[in-house]
Design a protein around this ligand. Structure first.
Ligand SMILES: [Zn+2]
Length: 271
């Protein structure tokens, strides 16, 4: 699952490979995928790509946005892989070949978005896409501590931290993947109710959010994910260490089902 920090890693890599390239052939849904969501029929989608030059690559929360030399953008996101210049696999959901004979392959794993259009068209295409495009990214200057408190924690006083942070796209691009590490660094349990947090704890959560995003980006991604050149990142998730022990106090980590997924935390360090 591509989260915000993963999208930032991809964007960096795509900028160094795609910028200035012109698309010679484009094939969408060569292998149809039930949960590969597109906003246009295949032929129309492909015709918007043909002979277009790539002039920008951005991220909008956890989505990757490729800017064409028209007013169109290609938006990719969720559980997809994006690969560069490798042998073309037997099945794929988007294949772009460029005039210099390089290629880009996108495959949808469980589910994912493949959208194309102007910003206005993309915003209308799905509430998820709109939320990624329109809300400030946690790494943007306007997403400061005040914004975080007001728009995330203070809107859901009775929710638990997992519910407040990692459900309903509360923080654009942050899902289950990094939640465990953010809360571990902030020393707060995922089950803790927001209205019981002290000011110091709220501030610690905001700092941990920023620190974790930055750490994943600097380590070129997580070691559980692969990126543009098929390589894994080197960020080792704190709460997913193979020993299953707390990296600080070395007691066994708690792993349990909670709110439609798993939570992992240290019962000793996090309260
Ligand atoms: Zn601990």
């Amino acid at each position: 699952m591509i989260e915000l920090a993963d999208a930032m890693v991809y964007v960096n890599q795509l900028k160094s490979t795609l910028l200035g390239k012109t698309i010679e052939t484009a094939e969408v849904m060569q292998s149809p995928h039930t949960f590969g969501w597109m906003n246009l029929p295949k032929a129309e989608f492909e015709s918007k790509l043909l002979r277009r030059t790539i002039v920008g690559v951005h991220n909008a929360a956890a989505s990757i946005v490729i800017e064409l030399d028209t007013n169109d953008f290609v938006l990719l996101g969720e559980d997809v892989t994006i690969e560069w210049g490798k042998t073309i696999p037997e099945k794929h959901q988007l294949l772009l070949t460029f005039t210099d004979h390089t290629n880009l392959v996108v495959r949808v794993k469980m589910y994912g978005f493949l959208m194309i259009g102007t910003v206005e068209e993309l915003v209308k295409s799905s509430p998820y896409v709109a939320s990624n495009l329109l809300r400030p990214n946690p790494t943007s200057p306007e997403y400061d501590q005040e914004y975080f408190l007001k728009n995330v924690l203070e809107t859901q006083p009775k929710a638990s931290l997992k519910q407040a942070i990692a459900t309903k796209q509360a923080i654009p691009g942050i899902g289950n993947g990094l939640l465990q590490d953010i809360l571990f660094l902030a020393k707060c349990s995922p089950k803790r109710k927001v209205n019981t947090l002290t000011e110091i704890e709220k501030n610690a959560i905001f700092s941990a959010l920023q620190e974790t995003i930055q750490a994943v980006f600097e380590k070129k991604g997580r070691n559980t994910m692969t990126y543009l050149f098929g390589e894994a990142g080197s960020y080792q998730e704190l709460m997913r260490n193979p020993q299953k022990l707390c990296p600080i106090c070395h007691t066994p980590l708690v792993e349990e089902a909670y709110l439609g997924g798993k939570v992992i935390y240290c019962g000793n360090c996090q309260s």
